[in-house]
Structures are given as structure tokens and as C-alpha cells.
Design a protein around this ligand. Structure first.
Ligand SMILES: C[S@@+](CC[C@H](N)C(=O)[O-])C[C@H]1O[C@@H](n2cnc3c(N)ncnc32)[C@H](O)[C@@H]1O
Ligand code: SF4
Length: 409
């Protein structure tokens, strides 16, 4: 089962936000995250809030909790968002459908959610509309319909191009399916395509990883995300490791794999802009993720979705049936929330912005952090850029967690 929700403060039934959160609304970028909590099968490493038909059981039959009726519940939450945020001018700059597997909903349903966001808030002229997609859950005609419904960016869960690695990850797609879906996406008119890769799967050699990176590059992506495999408690993978059936790679192996992907992508013209993300140029960066990483406002729709508006963070009830019940009853689906104080917001900025190529303004550090900067520059972990911003070097990116520990008390 997916991991538990954090503890927080209660949220009023109407979901009203404290007045401080609404100050400055519309002066920061505003986006929507739409969570689609369904998958055909659960990958052994994944603890996202997603459910197969078996896991949903009879609860999956509740209106708004099933794939067939989910769009209705999501649209009802978009309307709630408008009521909570008031009628301030708030054009949406990014929309991101994640999951789960959003493309298990029909393109018509996904398009109806985009249309409801457009109707309630209006879309910025250069709005970015992304959906994640599993290579084996889309066909050419779906992609054409999605493009027609206003989607302009696709993120495919490629993970690896090597059969035995995909098998350990429980991925069901044939590696050859990835270049095929990328071709279809181009034919359908998508000019922003991202591929997700995972490195450090048990049994993956450096040569396997090289094969995957080269296969990703051969697809000509505009953007690549490469994350090291995280072993989440409670997953099938964690149990296999505990029983000694598979072994996790060591830190040196992970470091070699990070250096390999960074160098190969860099030579092919994809530059890093966040520790685990590379893009062809600034216009191919994922603006939705940039909004998360730079303190923007976003509303997360759907079970377990997290939101952040003006320093207030909240998260929805987790199960699709509980979510659908709240929506049907006309009450906020929020489970709880926290109001971030100035120090928590500062710490969060250090954690997130030190991972960015755009860097962290030195002024965000406190005295202890500033005192550590010169040493970290001497150690080759940081560089100081014009306008007083600190940017991690390649070695600093490899040691990002240690870097942060030195800059925060
Ligand atoms: C919700 S999934 C993407 C959409 C689609 N369900 C898929 O898997 O292709 C988002 C990304 O998170 C990655 N992910 C999930 N669990 C992970 C883990 N434990 N470690 C590293 N990446 C993980 C997935 O592999 C995927 O690329
Ligand atoms: S398909 Fe994606 S969201 Fe679904 S279980 Fe696999 S990694 Fe998780």
C-alpha cells in the first residue's frame, strides 16, 4: 500500500484559506497538478498513491472513484478551487497530469478536465499542459486527441531499455515500444517530449545503464529526467531486498551512473537544469516542476494530491473512495494542512534552489550557511555566479545532500 499522509492541522469543511495565503495571488505563477490514481498493474518499486482494479475492490465502484467517473470528481474540485481562491485574475501557467497512469483515462476525460480549468481560471497564452504516460497505455489516435484537447507536452515512463532491468522493475512494456510512441507523439504534433529513466536497479550494470541512456537519446527527447531508484518501505522491491533475492547497488555505482548520464546527455546538447533533469534549452525545461522548485502556487486535484498557495500547504484524503465521498458531499477533500513559517520557507528554498542551475541567492542563507560557502567553493562543490547566486558543480550535484547539510544549521 502507498505510504501514509503527513500529520497536519485541520482544514475547514469549505476549504477556506487564511487571508495571508491569498495575498499576492496572481503575482506568482499558478499551476494545477491533477492526480490520476489508477494503474493496470503495480510496479514492485512504486509507492505512489495509485490503485489497480484489485486494490480498489468494491470501493472502486463508487461514483467519482472509478476510472469511468473520475473526471466528474476532478472537475468538481476545480470548481471548488475557484470558490476558495476567489475571483482574482489567475490565468493558469502550467497543468500537469500525473499518477498513477493518467492515460488510463480517455483523452476525452483528460481534455474535459483541462477545459474545466480553462473555463474557471483562463489559461496563460503560453500555458504548458503535460501528461505522464506509460509507453504501453497510449496509441497514435489517443495522442492526436490529447494534442487536440490542448496537451502540448508528454512525459513517457521509459525507465530502462534493457529487458532484465525492466523485468526487475515489473515494467510491462517492450523497450522497442518507446521509440514507437515517441514517433507517434511527434506525428501527433507534440514538440515537447520528456523521457523518465531510473538508474541503480538491482542487477543493472554500468553497460546496461549506458544502453538505456543511448536508447533514450536515440529517441531525440527534448527533456530527460533520471532518478536513482528509491527503495520505498512496504514495496515488493523492499521485501525482495530484505529476503536477499536482489541486491542494491552501492553508492560508487550510483555515482558512476550519474556521471555517465550527465556526460552523455550534455554531449548530446541536453543541459542539466536541476540535479536530476536535463533539457535541450531553457524553453524545454518543465515549467511545472520549476514552479514547485521556486515557491510558486499550485492546486493539486485528486486523492492524496498536495497543494501549495502562499505558504499554506495541504494534502487531500488518500483513497479514491474517500475523496469521491467528500466531493459528492460538497466538502473540501483536504485531509489536513500546514502553514509554513518564515524559517521553514527559507529552509525549503535552500533545499530546492541549491539543486537548480539557476542557483540559490546567497542572501537566502543565514550566518552559519554563509560562513560555510568559501570552504564549499574551495572543495569544488559550489560556484558563485554573478548576482550572488550559488550553483552546485557536478561534484556538488553528486553530493547534493551533504552540501545542503553544510549550509543549513
Ligand atoms: C507516476 S510515475 C510516471 C507515470 C507512469 N505511471 C509511469 O510509471 O510510467 C512518475 C515517475 O516516478 C518514477 N518512480 C516511481 N517510483 C520510484 C522510485 N521508487 N524510485 C525512483 N523513481 C520512481 C516512475 O518510474 C516514473 O517515471
Ligand atoms: S505505472 Fe507508474 S505509477 Fe503505476 S505503479 Fe508503475 S511506476 Fe507507479
Amino acid at each position: 500500500m502507498p505510504s501514509a499522509l503527513p500529520v497536519g492541522d485541520p482544514v475547514p469543511d469549505d476549504g477556506a484559506l487564511p487571508p495571508s495565503a491569498l495575498e499576492g495571488l496572481g503575482r506568482r505563477p499558478f499551476g494545477f497538478y491533477v492526480h490520476v490514481p489508477f494503474c493496470t498493474v503495480r510496479c514492485g518499486y512504486c509507492d505512489f498513491n495509485t490503485y489497480t482494479a484489485d486494490e480498489l475492490g468494491p470501493a472502486g465502484g463508487a461514483r467519482g472513484a472509478s476510472r469511468a467517473t473520475y473526471a466528474e470528481a476532478a472537475i468538481a474540485e476545480v470548481r471548488r478551487a475557484r470558490a476558495v481562491l476567489g475571483d482574482v485574475d489567475l490565468p493558469v501557467s502550467t497543468i500537469f497530469f500525473g499518477g498513477g497512469t493518467p492515460t488510463l483515462l480517455s483523452p476525452g476525460d483528460l481534455g474535459s478536465i483541462v477545459a474545466s480549468i480553462a473555463a474557471e481560471f483562463g489559461l496563460a497564452p503560453d500555458v504548458e499542459v503535460t501528461t505522464e504516460s506509460n509507453p504501453d497505455s497510449v496509441a497514435l489516435w489517443d495522442l492526436e486527441e490529447l494534442r487536440g484537447a490542448g496537451f502540448n507536452r508528454l512525459s513517457f515512463g521509459m525507465q530502462s531499455a534493457v529487458d532484465h532491468v525492466l523485468k526487475v522493475l515489473d515494467r510491462t512494456h517492450d523497450p522497442l515500444r518507446v521509440p514507437a510512441v515517441v514517433d507517434w507523439a511527434r506525428q501527433a504534433g507534440f514538440d515537447q517530449i520528456s523521457l523518465d529513466l531510473i538508474y541503480g536497479t538491482p542487477g543493472e550494470s554500468l553497460a546496461d545503464w549506458e544502453t538505456s541512456v543511448e536508447a533514450a537519446l536515440a529517441c531525440g527527447p527534448d527533456h530527460v529526467s533520471a532518478y536513482s531508484l528509491i527503495v520505498e518501505d512496504g514495496t515488493a522491491l523492499a521485501r525482495q531486498i530484505r529476503r536477499g533475492e536482489v541486491a542494491m547497488p552501492d553508492d560508487d555505482d550510483l555515482a558512476d551512473k550519474y556521471l555517465l548520464v550527465d556526460e552523455r546527455l550534455g554531449s548530446a546538447g541536453l543541459e542539466w537544469y536541476e540535479v536530476s533533469n536535463w533539457a535541450k534549452d531553457a524553453s524545454s525545461r518543465c515549467r511545472h516542476n520549476m514552479l514547485y522548485w521556486t515557491g510558486g502556487d499550485w492546486w493539486g486535484v485528486g486523492p492524496g494530491a498536495h497543494s501549495h498557495v502562499g505558504g499554506v500547504r495541504w494534502w487531500n484524503v488518500k483513497h479514491p473512495a474517500a475523496y469521491a465521498e467528500r466531493i459528492a458531499a460538497g466538502v473540501s477533500p483536504a485531509h489536513s494542512r500546514e502553514v509554513l513559517d518564515d524559517e521553514s520557507r527559507r529552509v525549503e528554498r535552500v533545499l530546492l534552489e541549491l539543486r537548480l542551475r539557476d542557483g540559490l541567492p546567497v542572501s537566502v542563507l543565514d550566518a552559519t550557511g554563509r560562513a560555510a560557502v568559501a570552504r564549499l567553493i574551495d572543495d569544488g562543490l559550489l560556484t558563485r555566479q554573478p548576482v550572488e547566486r550559488l550553483v552546485p558543480t557536478q561534484r556538488g550535484r553528486l553530493l547534493a545532500d551533504a552540501l545542503v547539510r553544510d549550509l543549513l544549521p
